[in-house]
Design a binder for this molecule. Structure first.
Ligand code: ADP
Ligand code: ASP
Ligand code: MG
Length: 420
């Protein structure tokens, strides 16, 4: 008698749903239906969910009303509850559809992090419980944005961190990763600011890294880094339609687009240290202290040295400003330096892997801003990005103007004929 061949286990599909996708009971039921559909199509399904709607902001406001300086450990205990609510509700809705589901906290899911509260990094994934539940044919719901530290405390992964939960689980389970959100994919600019922005079919991991790092909120920067390091392809798509979204992966058939996207941020502050002595070790001392406080600085610019002194300006997340002020206050007193904080600026960036072989992009960018009377306060470049720091209130106008001027290049990024 011939026995049937053992079937390979179905490939795991990790589906992540953001806050607006689970904002109310009906939306949670919709997410439950989507997870069940994927399960019916024969996949092993892991759902990663964010907190409902604005829950995380509301919890953070609540903390601010109770304490001037909420302890980061307690902040994580508080913020992690939002995602647990969504995971449990979603599991209930799935059971009502006649399928088995189980919700897990980050800790139960085996997401182990370092001990840096409110922006912890994943150091290990031990997905035993997920694998067991999948073997029992259950749909597994994992509360996004959280883990357990090596010191056994609850941690969170920074704002937008559920994306990283999803990518990390896809890497650990050898599965595919779909990020479901309130837009249909990654666009040439934030579609809420530029109504004419267009969906990109494919974005290379390197370009996505630059886009996420310069403000394209649609994917958390860490998730893109994780995907790049572990070879995970990401499909960013809409929770509310079935349309194909944007693939984040290498695509050898495409030529590098000169410009694939225009990003912006209004969530950064800029700090300038004045009269820093021009001697070896000055910058190292400053940025070692900043790094020890776990503050991620982005753009750093030092101006030309005059009279053996220089000014150093750098950007940081505006949320980290109180922490930064504490950190450099003592340092500045020690070194007899002054510092200034600018919380009125924003940044616009052009990103495109092809710009490194096409001169003139930066010049056209500056000319466009000048035509709109927008003053450039700082400029920073990488081989595939040009960023300009400008007045915060001018950011929407600048993004729209640049989208118009680079229309032909952006159309090429989608494989379309440029408009004449
Ligand atoms: P979620 O709650 O699903 O994680 P987010 O609000 O974090 O959603 O990210 C989706 C949002 O990212 C969109 O609503 C859009 O306004 C914004 N966004 C900014 N830049 C881009 C871009 N280039 N492409 C797509 N969305 C963008
Ligand atoms: N709920 C968290 C936030 O709002 C994490 C996430 O949605 O990814 O940042
Ligand atoms: Mg998000």
């Amino acid at each position: 008698m011939a026995y049937p061949e053992p079937q390979p286990a179905p490939r795991v599909l990790v589906m992540k749903f953001g806050g607006s996708s689970v904002a109310d009971p009906d939306k949670i039921k919709n997410v439950a239906r989507r997870l069940v559909e994927a399960h019916r199509s024969g996949r092993s399904v892991v759902g990663v969910v964010s907190a409902m709607g604005e829950t995380t902001d509301q919890l953070a406001d609540l903390a601010a009303r109770v304490s001037d300086r909420p302890h980061p450990r307690e902040m994580d205990m508080l913020l992690s509850t939002g995602e647990r609510i969504s995971a449990a509700l979603c599991a209930m809705a799935i059971e009502d559809l006649g399928h088995h589901a189980v919700s897990l906290t980050g800790s139960q899911a085996g997401i182990v992090t370092d001990t840096v509260h409110t922006k912890a990094k994943i150091v290990d994934i031990r997905p035993k419980r997920i694998e067991q539940a999948l073997e029992e044919n259950k749909i597994v719901l994992v509360a996004g944005f959280q883990g357990v530290s090596t010191a056994l405390d609850v941690t969170t992964l920074g704002r937008g961190g559920s994306d990283t939960t999803a990518v990390a689980l896809a890497a650990a389970l050898g599965g595919d990763c779909e990020i479901y959100t309130d837009v249909e994919g990654v666009y040439t600019a934030d579609p809420r600011i530029v109504p004419g922005a267009r969906k990109l079919p494919v974005v290379s991991p390197l370009e996505m890294l630059e886009m996420a790092g310069s403000g394209a909120r649609v994917l958390q920067l860490r998730s893109v880094e994780f995907a790049r390091n572990h070879g995970v392809s990401i499909h960013v798509r809409s929770t509310f339609t079935d349309t194909t979204g944007t693939w984040i992966r290498e695509d050898a058939t495409m030529e590098d687009p000169i410009i694939s996207g225009i990003t912006h941020t209004v969530d950064e502050a800029y700090v300038t240290l004045e009269n820093v002595p021009d001697k070896p070790g000055a910058a190292a001392g400053i940025f070692t202290a900043v790094a020890a406080a776990h503050i991620n600085v982005d753009t750093i610019i030092q101006n030309a040295v005059t009279h053996e002194r220089a000014d150093i300006t750098f950007s940081l997340p505006a949320d980290d400003l109180p922490l930064m002020t504490n950190t450099i206050d003592g340092l500045c007193r020690e070194l007899d330096l002054e510092f200034r904080v600018d919380d009125t600026a924003g940044k616009v960036s052009l990103i495109g892997a092809g710009m490194k072989s096409h001169p003139g992009v930066a010049a056209r960018m500056f000319a466009t801003l000048a035509e709109h009377g927008i003053n450039v306060r700082m400029i920073a470049t990488s081989p595939i990005k040009v960023s300009c720091v400008i007045a915060r209130e001018k950011v929407p106008e600048a993004v729209a103007a640049l989208h118009d001027v680079f229309e032909a290049e952006l159309a090429e990024a989608q494989g379309e004929e440029p408009r004449v």
